[in-house]
Design a protein around this ligand. Structure first.
Ligand code: NAP
Length: 242
């Protein structure tokens, strides 16, 4: 089995890559800039006895995405799984929003998901099977101040997930999304401690999630055991959204 995980040099993407390797997948480790961290992820996968390919590609750039997917097919084989995970958060109140920040969020969090889904689905169709998992966020369901753009991009991910699930079901491809709450990665580091304490109060489980907990859900959704689930956004947030 072969999986492409975007944004796998660290955080949730890295945890997904490692858990999937444990489950027997060979992994294409996509990333944008950090060669060293991506290589570390790949080395850990190889140490587990699986194949790993470091794929430096900006998911917002069609040429780079097409080249990456062709390289993966040539080196590893046609992907069984795409985890659209690479994303950015850039919290700003409306009046602080710059066009540059807006464009970057829309590009990475929406356009990147479409470009990767399109290129990979084209290959999966040949096999008449495949799974696409889109990393959304609980922010798509909540109104968190400063996250209007981030929430909008993740809301778009939920909508694209449902529609692509309908379009691709006839090719044996399932598409689902995961909406994590606060997960302990570098993405949380920009949040001031006082704000984090405030968020914690609203989480019934009174803790942030771990990247590995998201990765466990990715593995479950990728598996044939959940073969009748498609088009869904599954929330994993310690109860935050209740
Ligand atoms: P992270 O620690 O900031 O890691 C982001 C990853 O994305 C890195 O591997 C980075 O690669 C890669 N990346 C960024 N832009 C890219 C691009 N244009 N092309 C290719 N790769 C790119 O993020 P994370 O916290 O693990 O979050 C992963 C996903 O989960 C995101 O979609 C995020 O919105 C979602 N999420 C996170 C949380 C949370 O609390 N952490 C909660 C809900 C949802 P390089 O470093 O090599 O550039």
């Amino acid at each position: 089995m072969i999986a492409i995980v975007t944004g796998a040099s660290r955080g949730i993407g890295k945890a997904c890559a490692l858990k999937l390797a444990e489950d027997g997948y060979d992994i294409a480790v996509n990333y944008r800039s950090n060669d060293e961290e991506a290589q570390k992820t790949a080395d850990e996968i190889i140490a587990m006895g699986r194949r790993a390919l470091c794929c430096k590609a900006d998911v917002c750039d069609r040429e780079q995405v097409v080249r990456m997917v062709d390289e993966v097919c040539g080196e590893l084989g046609i992907p069984d799984l795409l985890v659209n995970n690479a994303g950015v958060v850039d919290d700003r109140y409306l009046l602080m929003l710059t066009e540059e920040s807006l464009d970057r969020s829309l590009d990475i969090n929406i356009k990147g998901y479409f470009l990767c889904a399109q290129s990979v689905a084209l290959k999966m169709m040949r096999n008449k099977k495949g799974v696409i998992i889109n990393m959304s966020s609980v922010s798509s369901l909540l109104a968190l101040e400063g996250q209007s753009v981030y929430s909008a991009t993740k809301g778009a991910v939920n909508s694209m997930t449902a529609t692509l699930a309908k379009e691709l079901a006839r090719y044996g491809i399932r598409v689902n999304a995961i909406a994590p709450g606060f997960i302990e990665t570098e993405m949380l580091e920009h949040i001031p401690e006082a704000k984090k304490d405030e968020y914690l109060k609203n989480i019934p489980q009174k803790r942030f999630g771990k990247p590995e907990e998201v990765a466990n859900l990715v593995c479950a959704l990728a598996s044939d055991r959940l073969s009748y689930i498609t088009g869904q956004t599954i929330v994993l947030d310690g109860g935050l959204s209740l």
